[in-house]
Design a protein around this ligand. Structure first.
Ligand SMILES: Cc1ncc(COP(=O)(O)O)c(C=O)c1O
Length: 482
């Protein structure tokens, strides 16, 4: 149901929850190694109040009568994340790609990590404004773009970034690739803690480097780093790709963990490449600690941080990201391998998101936290053979489905398909297809995420909550037929 059509009392209650969340989520500025830019904290920032009015002033109309919550309650606009927004037919990887991959209709696509929500209105308005001007030539990158990144990071995390040292890229991957080409020559090893985001492996293939996988261990339902193994592998690696929060397990690494990883890497001459693209999705009671905010200058100077608004504001197709480091030599050397030609619309969308989008982001984070709670309890109720404990961060759920794999005899099927085909098929690939065909749900198979992924499937919860319900119900019905 659209918020716009809710009774006032219900809408008010929702707004209050959001406010409480925002207040609790306010970070305390931390003392960190990066250069302090005078005046940064004295700036005033646009908050999203009145975005709806701006939209109509710009002649941008919501597609449906109830599609964007129009009412402003106090100063805060309420966004409707339950609104169904049909993405199929837009060449999106998540929905159209899933149908193409599986060759069957998909009712709920829960693969690639993006969101099914309508964009923040401030983004749509900025794009509409830019369309008013019908010339699309080469573009400068005014300092205000880098300042918008620095200001948002300071505001949310107390993280101080020198805007002059920010390096633009067309994605986190191009940034990581530039750094790998700088610090990890072809044939050298790159440390990762697994299971880990599958596409890091493609970055290694691209740079002709080799993964040095350090499998994490499960302690009380949570993944932890095996530091003895980590150090053994660090000793023979050139770089470490840190993922914080960690995709797919959702770990928000603590300051103590980060310091320990950082200290080991420093001691062994391993450069830390910290991918913090999921940093805004941190569930209630958890904390995101930026690597660059660690209280040890030598450890921070041994790192580069890669970030983007593409997860936070769902702008992955807009191709704007950035990296920064406190180490001038790292910056010079990595810049030499970096080239980014940023798209006009991407910059317009990102600038609007960074300067005006936080009310939307805060509500999206709260909604997705609610999705995690719902998924944890509904899976426990409907899918007793699936084990899931709510993630600390990210909108991803890393499901232990080993019982279901056994029930469908996935290993035998995988072996048979491998023997009869021309590629290696994993049991999780068999389960992925089984769920797509029997339940109309698309999940990512755990074997893609390196050692430790066997028996698991990744479910993207970045969607309308009722779609999570449908997905779980469909999978439960399919299992009931076994
Ligand atoms: C940890 C992580 N890094 C990077 C990316 C993709 O980054 P980009 O699209 O900016 O290259 C993703 C997307 O899912 C991700 O989860």
């Amino acid at each position: 149901m659209a918020i716009g059509s809710l009774p006032v009392a219900v809408s008010l209650r929702f707004t209050q929850t959001v406010r409480m969340f925002s207040a609790a989520g306010d970070p305390q500025p931390r003392s960190i190694a990066m250069a302090r830019r005078p005046g940064l904290d004295r700036r005033t920032f646009l908050r999203g109040a009145g975005a709806g009015a701006l939209l109509s002033a710009a002649g941008v109309k919501p597609a449906g009568a109830t599609s964007i919550a129009q009412g402003l309650l106090g100063q805060e606009q309420v966004f409707d994340f339950d609104e169904v927004y049909d993405r199929s037919g837009t060449h999106c990887v998540k929905w159209d790609g899933a149908v193409e991959d599986m060759g069957v209709p998909i009712e709920v696509a829960m693969g690639v990590a993006d969101l099914d929500f309508r964009a923040a209105p401030c983004i749509t308005k900025a794009l509409a404004d830019r369309f008013e001007h019908e010339v699309w030539g080469y573009l400068r990158r005014p300092r205000e773009y880098a300042e918008a990144v620095a200001e948002l990071n300071y505001r949310r995390y107390g993280l101080e970034i020198d805007p002059g040292g920010l390096v633009w890229t067309t994605g986190v991957h191009p940034g990581l690739i530039a750094a790998l080409q700088t610090f990890a020559p072809p044939g050298s090893r790159v440390l990762m803690t697994t299971p880990v985001y599958s596409a890091f492996y493609t970055d290694l293939t691209f740079t002709r480097t080799v993964s040095e996988d350090s499998p994490m261990v499960m302690v009380d339902g949570h993944y932890e780093i095996d530091f003895d193994d980590f150090e053994r592998r660090a000793a023979r690696s050139h770089a470490f790709i840190l993922c914080n929060p960690h995709n797919p397990t959702g770990n928000c690494w603590s300051e103590a963990d980060l310091l320990r990883m950082g200290e080991i890497c420093l001691r062994h001459g391993v450069v830390v490449l910290s991918d913090e693209i999921h940093c805004d999705f941190v569930n209630a009671g958890q904390t995101y600690t930026p690597f660059a905010a660690l209280p040890d200058k030598a450890i921070v100077d041994n790192s580069i941080t890669f970030k983007s608004a593409s997860k936070s504001f769902n702008l992955a197709g807009m191709k704007v990201s950035w990296w920064f480091t406190t180490n001038p030599a790292f910056e010079t050397r990595t810049r030499a391998n970096s080239r980014a030609d940023l798209p006009t619309l991407g910059l317009a969308a990102n600038h609007a998101a960074l300067t005006e989008g936080e009310p939307w982001l805060d509500q999206a984070v709260a909604y997705l936290d609610g999705n995690q709670d719902f998924a944890e309890s509904y899976i426990a109720e409907k899918l007793p053979g699936v084990k899931y404990r709510k993630a600390q961060g990210t909108y991803l759920a890393w499901l232990n489905m080993s019982e279901i794999l056994q029930a469908i005899d996935a290993t035998a099927q995988a072996d048979e398909q491998t023997a009869n085909g021309n590629r290696v098929v994993a049991p999780e690939d068999v389960l992925q297809r089984w769920i797509a065909e029997r339940a109309g749900v698309f999940l990512n198979p755990g074997d893609n995420y390196g050692p430790g992924g066997a028996g698991f499937m990744r479910m993207n919860l970045g969607t309308q909550r009722h779609r999570i319900r449908i997905a779980v119900d469909n999978i439960a019905e399919a299992i009931a037929t076994l």
